[in-house]
Write a new protein. Structure first.
Length: 149
């Protein structure tokens, strides 16, 4: 069951990166060119924030099933490489990314004026995507893993 969730988690990561780039490019383009907020801009944010929230739910399931995180509650936990990352840093940063993406989507659909919509979306989506990239267990980390499902 753990392997299945891990493969799904990795596959969703790729979708999040692609939709995050889509959302960030759309809102930066809109912000820099002072265009009108469109349904496509709203849709990009909706898809990005929804996939990120879904990914977080799968991440919680992985957290509960993970053999890497189980020793977190043992006395010898300090000696395991990556335990701090997988046990605390990764979940907290990803939760922050979910909150930022959702905040960007929710506020940008409610504020008046296209410039303000793009401003909120740019700040929140860009930071959420940067946090996702920062909190990814890249293969070159000593405790990293493959990003291919």
């Amino acid at each position: 069951m753990f392997k299945g969730f891990l493969h799904l988690h990795t596959t969703l990561w790729w979708l999040i990166i692609l939709t995050g780039l889509w959302a960030v490019v759309r809102v930066w383009r809109g912000r820099l060119s002072a265009t009108v907020w469109t349904k496509s801009d709203k849709l990009a944010g909706l898809v990005f924030s929804s996939l990120l929230a879904t990914q977080f739910l799968f991440g919680i399931a992985l957290y509960c099933l993970s053999p890497t995180v189980k020793p977190l509650f043992d006395a010898a936990a300090e000696k395991m490489p990556g335990l701090h990352f997988y046990g605390m840093l990764h979940p907290m940063l990803m939760f922050t990314a979910v909150v930022l993406a959702q905040l960007g989507y929710s506020v940008s659909k409610r504020v008046a004026g296209d410039a303000r919509k793009f401003h909120w979306a740019v700040v929140c989506y860009t930071n959420a995507l940067l946090i996702v990239l920062l909190a990814t267990p890249w293969p070159f980390y000593s405790f990293g893993r493959s990003l291919v499902p």
